[in-house]
Write a protein that binds this ligand. Structure first.
Ligand code: NAD
Length: 422
């Protein structure tokens, strides 16, 4: 690119390159994983409410299937393009692999701003996209799920459309469906739960315990609320939470259930009745605490503010909250970061469990589902930490993010080797 700015695909390829080199995998691993196995581009004609026809562009990228069926979300966003979708699909191959799931990676997208569509237009677009990709997906082939701009209702329309085409119900072809249509109620809080589990496992390893530690959570949406709630349930003291309205700080501990109720009823966490109210939403990044869970948006911990961050253990609920420069500073200072690809995997682990339920036409209780997510997440984070520790002693300063990509590529590499692809 002429601006010198690296595209998301270029960045992902650099990550892949570094993992292959760091672990000493054969060059063929890079050659295969730097390209998707298959790409589908579709056009979806939709009759709008005003009678006009608009043709939307969509994609489904099937990146790698060495570990199992392709799996990854569908994004509805005005700025997606095929290149971004290819990068996201590669990311899913690595995320599914790292988290021990029997899946390859895929990703779908439609170039659209869903906020500008009526409910009827959104339904017609969702059904049209499902019809367009139907020849290449299936509950044992490619299993999409929601991503930015899509949600459980859209999955319900898509699973209905796909089932109609087949002539029988196929619940397992899309995941994160509504609980009343073959979904699982734990999906609502599985990502935040996983972020809390990741923080707990890392704190136990590096700080000796999680109980009684001070936790701060940046972002109080789907991920942040439940990361905070389960951190408190695991015995930590949640001292700060924030959303765009500001930060609530209470060194004696925040009543997270009350904070969630306040957020639900008023839309702003700053209306929480106790503690100190700080107008800066980023103040939660800087408060005195041992564990920080950045769970809002990307690039919030940067080189220009990293010196104010005091936490020793970070669990990244959000995607990409720490820039590479800030990450380096934190590691030099002795902090560790459980990277997003591991710390926010509770959702994809839940998707896997929902798919297993659907394939068997069987349902686990909420309690049983949560126990399964917890044990999968705990094992994944422990395996990642042990890889990080061994790479650190062999190769000097590497981050847990580096170790995560090495673990991810290694599993795909072994599967490809056993299958005789390389
Ligand atoms: P959300 O929209 O429900 O919540 C985002 C929260 O962040 C809101 O409370 C918002 O007020 C707050 N926020 C936004 N900008 C902020 C700022 N500058 N300072 C402080 N707070 C700010 O979104 P979500 O579903 O909770 O997702 C959060 C992050 O987690 C995103 O990066 C997303 O990609 C990632 N993620 C989510 C899931 C999931 O299952 N929801 C899964 C994996 C990754």
């Amino acid at each position: 690119m002429s601006s010198g700015k690296v595209s998301y695909l270029q960045w992902m390829l650099q990550v892949l390159r570094r993992s292959v080199d760091l672990a000493g995998f054969p060059e063929e691993v890079y050659q295969i994983l730097s390209k998707p196995e298959r790409v589908l581009m579709v056009s979806i004609p939709v009759r709008m409410d005003n009678g006009k026809l608009v043709v939307f562009e969509g994609y489904r990228v099937q990146h790698n299937s060495a570990l199992g069926p392709y799996k990854g979300g569908i994004r509805f966003h005005p700025e997606v393009d095929l290149e971004t979708d290819m990068a996201l699909a590669l990311g899913m191959t690595l995320k599914n692999s790292l988290n021990g799931l029997p899946y390859g990676g895929g990703k779908g997208a439609v170039k659209v701003d869903p906020k500008k569509l009526s409910q009827g237009e959104l339904e017609r677009l969702s059904r049209g996209y499902a019809r367009a990709i139907a020849p290449l997906i299936g509950d044992l082939v490619d299993i999409p799920a929601p991503d930015v701009g899509t949600n459980p209702q859209i999955m319900a329309w898509m699973v209905d459309e796909y089932s109609k085409l087949k002539g029988y119900n196929v619940p397992g072809v899309f995941t994160a469906k509504p609980p009343d249509l073959w979904g699982n109620p734990v999906r609502l809080y599985s990502t935040g739960f996983g972020t809390a589990v990741a923080g707990r496992v890392a704190a136990e390893k590096y700080l000796g315990t999680f109980e009684g530690l001070r936790v701060s959570v940046h972002g109080f949406g789907n991920v942040g609320q439940y990361a905070a709630l389960f951190s408190a349930k695991f015995g930590a003291k949640v001292v700060a939470v924030s959303d765009t309205s500001g930060t609530v700080y209470d060194p004696n501990g925040i009543d997270v259930e009350l904070a969630i109720k306040v957020k639900e009823s008023t839309g702003k966490v700053i209306n929480y009745p106790k503690g100190e109210k700080i107008p800066d939403p980023d103040a939660s990044l800087y408060v005195d605490c041992e564990v920080l869970m950045p769970s809002a948006i990307e690039n919030v911990i940067r080189e220009d503010n990293v010196n104010k961050v005091k936490a020793k253990v970070l669990s990244e609920g959000a995607n990409g909250p720490t820039t590479p420069g800030a990450e380096k500073v934190l590691y030099e200072r002795g902090a560790v970061i459980v990277p997003d690809i591991a710390a926010n995997a509770g959702g994809v682990v839940m998707s896997y469990l929902e798919w297993v339920e659907n394939l068997q036409w069987y349902w686990w209780s909420e309690e049983e589902t949560l126990k399964r997510i917890e044990s999968i997440m705990e094992n994944n984070i422990k395996r990642l930490i042990s890889k990080y520790e061994s790479l650190r002693s062999e190769k000097g300063l590497v981050t847990m993010r580096d170790a995560a990509f090495v673990v991810a590529v290694e599993r795909v590499y072994k599967a490809m080797k056993l299958r005789g692809w390389i």
